[in-house]
Design a protein around this ligand. Structure first.
Ligand code: SAM
Length: 362
């Protein structure tokens, strides 16, 4: 196998199509070896807080889309998030991830105040994942102390992206790749990723996604199989157009993408995401950690909200308490002979970047 950045699209496609066996084992081994060399044996634990399931967008894959009238909506209160932050400190986590729908109620001021309070009361690193916001908001949150931002580009196939992610009414189509470059220029440790096996996604598209991870020099990469939600157009199979060479939304395909992401971006932080744990309750998360991942995100969202943040059905850990989520992660890490990470767990890619001249937007 050639080294990550030297792999061409055809070679990536071949890996994606590789059947189980010795050759595929060599992909896992290469990713696992690179993971050990680049980010070590520590598995960083990030406490996840799902701030709001209110969303003004109408993505055809997502269960919290605006037009899903069958869910009860919530927005968490500042004091509740602070309790989660203190729990994260007590559990020894170094990072709090604040994720939510594109909720107009999560205003610039609300999030700024939240960041300032968390930063005053704890030493936690803060990752935001609040969708497409404007530069003014990103700038302000960075000033307040936000460290990282996650925004998946979902698929590099622009036609497919616009089909599954319609723009806000009266607004032009958005360009998430340009947004990621803006976030990098603002100094955020920047993460992105894709869903695997979304209807309409071809092998060539997915291979291009992996090339784009490397071109963007991502600090964090989150990937997971697409899981149909029955209250969404893609889940109801409404206007669903499959690609001629459709990628399956399987755990196996997800693991291949995880491994390839590690190979093309060795120094990135890569979580074993909830989608893996949802599709394979028993070993999904552990398999992710064996195929290149070095991060897990135990859920700290208060239980009464957690079951309402249903982006896809039967989401793993949706009824666990934060303590149970932490304990499950620790047991799995120990079982693999790895160690829980200490400190903030910034990505080596980002730390290296800090010693170079500032990245320019463009
Ligand atoms: N609103 C923010 C955004 O769009 O970036 C953050 C929340 S969004 C729910 C987080 C991620 O969930 C998305 O980037 C998407 O990849 C993933 N997601 C949503 N619906 C999914 C589904 N049905 N299957 C798998 N992943 C899904």
């Amino acid at each position: 196998m050639r080294d990550g950045l030297n792999m061409d699209r055809q070679e990536i496609v071949q890996w994606l199509k590789c059947s189980p066996g010795e050759e595929l084992d060599s992909l896992r081994e290469k990713a696992d070896q690179l993971r050990r060399l680049s980010v070590g044996d520590e598995v960083h634990l990030r406490g996840l807080v799902e701030l709001s399931n209110i969303c003004s967008r109408n993505c055809s894959y997502c269960g919290i889309r605006r037009d899903n009238l069958s869910i009860k909506r919530y927005r968490i209160k500042t004091e509740e998030v602070l309790r989660c932050a203190h729990k994260a400190v007590k559990f020894g986590f170094g990072t709090l991830v604040l994720q939510g729908g594109e909720d107009p109620g999560l205003t610039k001021e609300f999030i700024s105040d939240l960041i300032l309070r968390i930063k005053t009361e704890t030493d936690l690193a803060i990752t935001l994942s609040l969708g497409e916001r404007n530069v003014d908001e990103w700038q302000e949150w960075r000033k307040c102390g936000a460290d990282r931002y996650l925004l998946r580009f979902e698929t590099s196939n622009k036609d497919l992206f616009h089909r599954i992610h319609p723009p806000q009414e009266g607004q032009p189509q958005c360009d998430r790749v340009a947004m990621l470059k803006t976030l990098q220029a603002l100094g955020y440790e920047t993460g992105s990723g894709v869903m695997i096996g979304v209807p309409g996604q071809s092998y060539d598209d997915l291979a291009r996604d992996i090339e784009l991870f490397a071109e963007l020099g991502l600090d964090m990469i989150g990937v997971g199989p697409f899981i149909p939600h029955p209250q969404t157009p893609l889940g109801m199979k409404e206007n669903v157009k499959m690609a001629a060479e459709q990628v399956p939304n399987s755990v196996e395909m997800g693991l291949k993408v995880l491994a390839l992401a590690r190979i093309v971006c060795p120094g990135a932080n890569i979580p074993s995401t909830t989608a893996f744990a949802t599709l394979d309750r028993k070993s999904g998360r552990e398999m992710g950690l064996c195929w290149g991942a070095n991060v897990v995100m135990p859920n700290l969202t208060p239980v009464e909200y957690r079951k309402l943040y249903e982006i896809y059905p039967s989401k793993a850990a949706s009824t666990e308490t934060p303590e149970q989520s932490r304990d499950a992660a620790l047991i799995q890490i120990k079982h693999l002979g790895r160690t829980p990470g200490r400190g903030r767990g910034d990505s080596p890619t980002h730390l290296e970047q800090l010693t170079k001249p500032i990245r320019k937007e463009g």
